[in-house]
Design a protein around this ligand. Structure first.
Ligand SMILES: [Fe+2]
Ligand SMILES: [Fe+2]
Length: 329
């Protein structure tokens, strides 16, 4: 059942509104602004009907507060009579009220407005739920794909998780917003998904690869692009797969892209991937110390790696972020 908060300093109005809505909704009332704010802090409200002229904290402040702490709650304003046009504009533009009723209002109109507003609230919540479900299904698909690819390559789940976290931290350091950085981190896990298309004899060959075998190996970035669907959700994953072996000076593969021709996401993941490979034990090598790995990355700044990203990376080393990520995964 929806919860309505009625705020008015006139007990007769509170009781009139309570009587007409209590059959369909749970009603909570407040006779002043402080009381209304206390209620808003304590429990979820679906719709608030608030008088403009109430003692202490006025209607504008109560509805602004509601917008801040419970932004989904529908806000309806009641006014006793004259309201200055500037104030009304503020209610509409800043407090984002759903409707404005002037006393004496038509009870039928108010009821209809409340019902419609709650219908739209329902729709909004359903939409959000569907979006969350879709997002988590897409994230699960990434993890499932990585799990399916595990064992095919030396890239373990913990390597992928660290690359994800280094990528996210580097993206934020490069000025990318939190949500986009998080997405880039998730997509970084798919950087080597194209290795699914490389035969095991090549991928797991203990000795050196022949030139022909290297040719096959070098196909994995574009094989990854083919595996990843054309869905926009995976766009960054396609960028990362295609570009994580390109070098900043144009000597990488598969397309010899130079500098910013390689998307930023791939330039970031390249560094994260190499750094993690250096600092972890692999069958063919011991783990490097973090300081040695940072020196190595720095020595290839401008050739293998984007110098701007290397600078941010050094900052993350100095402030302990890299260390924290390494220890956490
Ligand atoms: Fe790769
Ligand atoms: Fe990797």
């Amino acid at each position: 059942m929806y919860t309505l908060l009625i705020v008015d300093d006139d007990p007769a109005i509170v009781s009139l509104l309570t009587c007409s809505f209590r059959k369909s909704y749970q009603i909570i009332s407040a006779l002043n602004g402080i009381e209304a704010i206390t209620i808003l802090n304590k429990q979820p409200i679906d719709l608030i009907i608030c008088d403009q002229e109430i003692p202490d904290v006025n209607g504008m402040e109560v509805l602004s507060y509601a917008l801040k702490v419970q932004p989904d709650a529908i806000r309806i304003l009641l006014t006793g009579g004259y309201i200055h046009v500037d104030d009304l504009l503020k209610y509409i533009n800043e407090v984002n009220i759903y409707k404005y009723f002037k006393k004496p209002w038509s009870q039928a109109d108010l009821k209809l407005s409340v019902a419609r507003a709650l219908e739209s609230l329902d729709l909004k919540r359903d939409l959000r739920e569907a979006r969350d479900l879709f997002e988590s299904a897409c994230k699960d698909a990434v993890v499932m794909l990585c799990l399916a690819a595990e064992g095919k390559d030396q890239d373990t789940a913990s390597h992928l998780q660290r690359v994800q976290n280094y990528t996210e931290a580097l993206a934020i350091a490069m000025g990318i917003g939190k949500k986009e950085a998080e997405h880039m981190g998730l997509m970084s896990m798919l950087h080597d998904i194209g290795k699914l298309a490389v035969p095991d004899e090549i991928l797991k060959k203990p000795g050196k690869l022949t030139d022909e075998e290297w040719d096959v190996m070098r196909e994995h970035p574009m094989a990854g692009v083919r595996i990843l669907s054309s869905n926009p959700f995976y766009e960054v994953a396609r960028e990362v797969s295609a570009g994580h072996h390109e070098n900043f000076d144009g000597t990488g593969y598969p397309n010899n892209l130079c500098g910013e021709e390689t998307p930023l996401s791939a330039r970031i993941v390249k560094l994260a991937d190499v750094f993690d490979a250096l600092t972890t034990k692999r069958p063919y090598k011991e783990a490097w110390t973090m300081a040695d790995a940072v020196d190595y990355i720095e020595s290839f700044s401008g050739s293998m790696f984007d110098p701007t990203i290397v600078e941010k990376f050094k900052m993350l080393h100095l402030d302990g972020t890299l260390e924290r990520i390494k220890l956490s995964a």
